[in-house]
Design a binder for this molecule. Structure first.
Ligand SMILES: [Cu+2]
Length: 68
């Protein structure tokens, strides 16, 4: 499953790395790409192991805002 999340609050490359690492270490994540310019997190994951809500929750817990 591929999902594009709109994420607010990323201001620099360090934020991008924080979000990437936070998502990448979750179970079931196959691929994660973060675009600072587009304010997007593109994630591919195994739906049997995680849900987009769980991914959003982890991003929020890391200090960012997920829109929608
Ligand atoms: Cu930053």
């Amino acid at each position: 499953m591929r999902e594009v999340l709109k994420v607010e609050g990323m201001t620099c490359q360090h934020c991008v790395e924080t979000v990437s690492e936070t998502v990448a270490k979750m179970a079931g994540i196959e691929k994660v790409e973060v675009s600072l310019e587009q304010k997007e997190v593109i994630v591919e994951f195994d739906e049997s192991q995680t849900q987009s809500e769980d991914i959003s929750a982890q991003i929020v817990a890391a200090g960012f805002e997920v829109i929608g």
